[in-house]
Design a binder for this molecule. Sequence first.
Ligand SMILES: [Zn+2]
Length: 429
Amino acid sequence: MRELPADVATAFDRMWADLEPVGRAADTGGYRRYAWTAPDRQLREWFAAECDRRGLEVTTDRFGNQWAWWGDVDASVAAGRPGVAIGSHLDSVPDGGAYDGPLGVVSALACVDALRRAGTTPDPPLGVVNFADEEGARFGVACMGSRVITGAIDPDRARALKDADGVTMAEALRAAGGDPDTIGRDYQALARVGTFLELHVEQGRGLADLGRPVAVGSSIWPHGRWRLDLLGQANHAGTTRLADRHDPMLPLAEAILAARSAAQRHGCVATIGKTRIEPGGVNAIPSRVQAWLDARGADPDAVRQVVAAVGQAARVEPAQESWTPVTAFDDELVEWLARVLDDAPTLGTGAGHDAGILANAGKRVAMLYVRNPTGVSHSPDEYAERADCHAGVAALTRVVARFVGMDAVGGASSGMDGTPPASEPGGDR
Ligand SMILES: [Zn+2]
């Protein structure tokens, strides 16, 4: 499928228009779709309604990720043929763009529409997923939905995480109608997934520079988040002599500069983009500063060196809040996808994804990226041309069709490209 059928393109456009106003801030035009808040609830209801529209029943796993399977996935698992899942997330960073996450979910639903034209049932079954709390905007740990169900984070730690208002994740889950006591590793939900394909807007300018609409993801850099706790002494900004001050803003300033220079030195990227300053008065020396460091790079040792340099500059030990090792997607699969998609380019990325968490849990995973002409992401400027979005759905449909035995829809030619490489045995760790 090189051209998306007109009715599928229309369905895509309708879904996109549905989502446009949800959680959009009037002042910035950015999205504030945080986990377990009112906009998130609206998005989850929208997802369930779209699945229902396609005759797919939504189930939630032991975190609250939403899954809709087309075909009897449990019977297929019992027969040794786990399903193929597609999808992404609907939550956002503070003042995020429209595409990061929703493009993958809307494309997955449109892909189901395109495959429906075959008039058969996918074999193995095809699942559409909306991962919960991917951005970690509210509780500080990204990819929470996939981390919890794969056992990559301890449920006790997850429950105890607090948002900026002091609300714990347990309280937030309960307020959203969930049961925090039951969250944890979900063997059944995971066993259903043999392969996961996540389509995502590109978060850089790789494709724009190559003049191609779609790429295949090759790897995700190792990345993590660290917290700096800097203590000082609150005092009067007018009457306290400079020599008598214990001002935690000074080590913060040094930490920020060190993050930049160490990242440059070690070929990484590092960002301090969030701080909490107490008491936060214009005329008061702060008593306490918390700052969060995000660091990523192709080489994990280099990332560690950056973190150490920042800690040294701030004279504290950075507290690690999350760490995700390098994620290399299945080479053979990446190569096959690129070949099927007319020699699509392959790109590595510094952005974390649920796909990476599932890959690290032993699942066979691949990603497709859709061109972002601005290269900007996690901002209202994030963008993709509508024609490229449609090309993304067509590409996704082409590869998924071959995974689920609907080659006619995918437009497979006979020969080697027709079937995806077989998954490794024991892939459902
Ligand atoms: Zn995303």
